[in-house]
Ligand binder design. Structure first.
Ligand SMILES: [Zn+2]
Length: 300
């Protein structure tokens, strides 16, 4: 295990990287720091019979911005961090928790425009009940980019469905300087339109490579034929996407930087130790509390 100190929100924090991760650079400018607050799918509910624990999937970017947030991962926000913006991927309860965001003091909540009106109503009710200020609910359309403290979040369409027939679920391209992270959850594969906006569509000559990938693997090794494949990805899906992106120079990570897996279902994966031992390189299972610094390849 490679460990290195860095600060994600002003205070001291310990960044623990997977054994296969590269040593982070000393240059803060060209890096994107994030913390996994939760790495599990909706079937997690506290510590299980194996002694394993994953919270619902969520990340904290640069100590300031959340992508998805529920009450389950509140305890993973480091002391001293005051995130005030949340970008939601979709309205499923393991990603979207208005009460928790209000309690945290979030001031801006971005959701896809297809369900923004409903989100606004739910946030207002949650704020009234808590006697707190309601965050501003801001609608996003596909391809829209929003910058928060030098980090740019672009909404991309995901291949995922919720109970609302009209809802467009989204994932994000997260950019800071030369770092271009595709944060892909929840989604079955990478839709062509998302690849096009991110610059990794096979039809775009040259394209613009992503330099980091965090992708959902709801299904683990041996569960490739699971029925959820239409709306979620498996380890095999991610491995195949990485092979194709590498082969076509659409993925240019810093040397040794893993592809991080998240949103892992409790019943469809082994323990963290088993994942560490069995996942094919460069795939690496994230875990709750893991902090990483993503870098771009030097020459891209
Ligand atoms: Zn979902």
């Amino acid at each position: 295990m490679t460990r290195r100190e860095f600060s994600i929100c002003g205070g001291a924090a310990l960044g623990a990287l997977c054994a296969r991760a590269a040593e982070p650079s000393d240059a803060g400018e060209g890096t994107l720091k994030l913390r996994f607050l939760g790495t599990g799918a909706a079937d997690w509910n506290g510590r299980d019979e194996r002694g394993e624990h994953r919270r619902f999937t969520s990340i904290l970017v640069e100590g300031r911005t959340l992508v998805d947030f529920t009450s389950r991962c509140r305890d993973m926000i480091p002391d001293g961090c005051r995130p005030d913006t949340v970008f939601y991927t979709h309205s499923h309860g393991d990603h979207y928790g208005p009460k928790a965001a209000v309690a945290l003091g979030v001031r801006r909540a971005y959701v896809h425009e297809s369900w923004a009106k409903d989100a606004e109503r739910v946030f207002r009710a949650a704020a009234e009940k808590a006697n707190a200020a309601a965050p501003e609910v801001l609608p996003l359309s596909i391809g829209t980019a929003v910058e928060v403290d030098g980090v740019r979040f672009t909404a991309l369409p995901a291949n995922h469905a919720t109970g609302r027939l009209a809802e467009q679920t989204i994932m994000y391209l997260v950019e800071k300087g030369p770092v271009r992270l595709l944060y892909a959850t929840d989604t079955g594969g990478i839709p062509a339109r998302a690849a096009q906006i991110a610059g990794i569509d096979m039809h775009i000559r040259g394209g613009k490579p992503i330099t980091a990938l965090i992708m959902e693997a709801t299904m683990g090794l041996g569960y490739e034929d699971d029925f959820r494949i239409y709306t979620h990805s498996s380890v095999a899906t991610v491995a195949q996407i990485v092979r194709v992106l590498e082969k076509t120079h659409r993925y240019a990570p810093a040397p040794g930087q893993p592809v991080w897996l998240t949103h892992m279902a409790r019943t469809l994966h082994g323990t963290q130790a088993e994942l560490d031992a069995r996942l094919p390189k460069p795939l690496c299972a994230a875990y709750d509390g893991l902090e990483i610094e993503l870098r771009a390849k030097w020459d891209c």
